[in-house]
Design a protein around this ligand. Structure first.
Ligand code: GUN
Ligand code: FE
Length: 435
């Protein structure tokens, strides 16, 4: 191999997933783990990953090697559901979903008609994500097209792989936040033309949720999905019991909440539904057979008192699943803290969420949910080199706990129980260090 200034080489303990731990007989077959590994990057893409010693022999003698001692290199986290405009309203007290939206969220989102405001919040939001080790996210804007222009402008500057969309809502919301089926359609179309597949950016058609969308608007969303086969569909589903009752009353001709979306042809390989806390088996079956995804948002589900997601039920129906922070209903940007909450929601159900399963869902599982496997989520050859370095010793408590731990399983579990932004020593985007 000749020395190339576009080549970057990182050495350290290394972990990435190559399969779903829930689908292999032995969890150890789902990942590759190198105690002393090497990650070779060329032009921002993964060229090779493996044991350090044999790989070093293939490199020129004078190549610079960045050695992360006593840390764990893994792919950047993927947040499959988050609202950037809700950053500054995180931790708003005392309500469940519908009242929380009305009292806090809607008035707050009003400010995003201002492009400059959107830019300021997007800058802060993306820095928070990177600080937490999240390198890709599926992101809600607001109803204002300016909110999406602002978000993509900043994400593009930071060279990030980000997916965002303008919220569609034409009923049951304040006038100042309302579009129409027609303007929602034309504005989304213009945004797709402007941003979709520009650098690493991708567009998601984003009906807020069934209660705030007329059938005409949902049908127009389906029409757009049909016109642009590789954009995403991003919405909320079966989060809260009162919400579900409301959907039944608003759409008496549908078989259920999911069916409202299904009738407008919104399910599919690039469709991501946030929450799905209260799903019937028939709905899970439909999500599975259409290759749709669910964003599991435990921090939000606990904060809003929505319930505990039935991960086992979703897995039994072969639904794609990723983790979501759901800021500002979620209370943390940290994927490590989100894994902590996820574990506890499953404990409340008497189900075990293994550490391998958690880290899989936060990386490769998220990538598959976004139809981006091979591009992000692990270190296969040619993948974009977005990766992080976790620090086992960033806090005295974790440092002390780690002294009594022997296996990788234990180390991952402790990272997910005690970890947060402080344990993300470094974040890299396309091979370049940004934290
Ligand atoms: N359902 C509709 N809108 C929202 C939102 O902004 N946050 C959450 N958690 N659920 C929603
Ligand atoms: Fe949400």
């Amino acid at each position: 191999m000749s020395k190339d200034k576009n080549m970057k080489v990182y050495r350290g303990e290394l972990l990435h997933f190559i399969a779903d731990p829930a689908k292999v007989t032995n969890e150890a077959d789902s990942y590759q783990h190198f105690e002393d590994g090497l990650l070779i990057i060329n032009h921002g893409l993964v060229e090779k990953v493996g044991q350090a010693i044999p790989l070093l022999a293939t490199l020129p003698d004078d190549i610079e090697i960045i050695h992360y001692q006593d840390g764990l290199i893994m792919p950047g986290f993927i947040d499959t559901h988050v609202h950037y405009p809700q950053t500054e309203m995180i931790a708003s007290y005392g309500e469940q979903l519908l009242e929380w939206l009305e009292h806090y969220t809607f008035p707050f989102e009003r400010q995003f008609s201002d492009f400059d405001h959107g830019v300021k919040v997007a800058e802060f939001f993306l820095d928070q994500l990177l600080d937490a080790g999240t390198t890709t996210a599926l992101v809600f804007g607001t109803v204002h097209k300016e909110s999406v222009d602002a978000f993509f402008t900043v994400a593009q500057q930071k060279k990030l792989r980000m997916i965002c969309g303008k919220v569609l809502m034409d009923q049951n919301c304040p006038d100042y936040l309302s579009d129409t089926a027609e303007t929602g359609y034309t504005e989304s179309k213009a945004l797709i033309e402007r941003w979709h597949k520009k650098d690493r950016l991708q567009y998601a058609i984003t009906p807020r949720f069934a209660p705030t969308c007329s059938t005409e608007q949902l049908n127009k969303a389906g029409q757009l999905l049909n016109e642009y086969s590789d954009v995403y569909l991003h919405t909320h589903l079966c989060e809260n019991k009162s919400e579900i009752e409301w959907v039944k009353a608003l759409f008496p001709d549908s078989k259920g909440y999911l069916d409202v979306y299904d009738q407008s042809n919104l399910l599919g390989r690039r469709s991501v539904f946030a929450h799905g806390v209260h799903l019937h088996d028939s709905e899970c079956q439909r999500l599975g057979e259409t290759d749709s995804a669910i964003a599991f948002c435990p921090s939000s589900n606990l904060f809003l008192g929505s319930g505990c997601f039935n991960l086992k039920q979703a897995q039994a129906h072969d639904i794609n699943i990723g983790f979501g922070s759901d800021i500002g209903a979620g209370t943390t940007f940290s994927m490590l803290s989100t894994l902590n909450e996820g574990y506890k929601t499953q404990q409340l159900r008497s189900d075990k969420l293994s550490p391998f399963q958690s880290f899989y869902l936060a990386t490769l599982g998220g990538a598959i949910s976004l139809d981006l496997e091979g591009t992000i989520g692990n270190f296969v050859e040619g993948a974009e080199a977005d990766f992080i370095v976790l620090d086992y010793h960033a806090t005295p408590l974790m440092d002390r706990r780690m002294q009594h731990c022997k296996t990788l399983t234990e180390k991952l579990f402790i990272l997910s129980m005690l970890g947060d932004e402080r344990h993300v020593k470094a974040t890299h985007v396309m091979g370049e260090r940004v934290k």
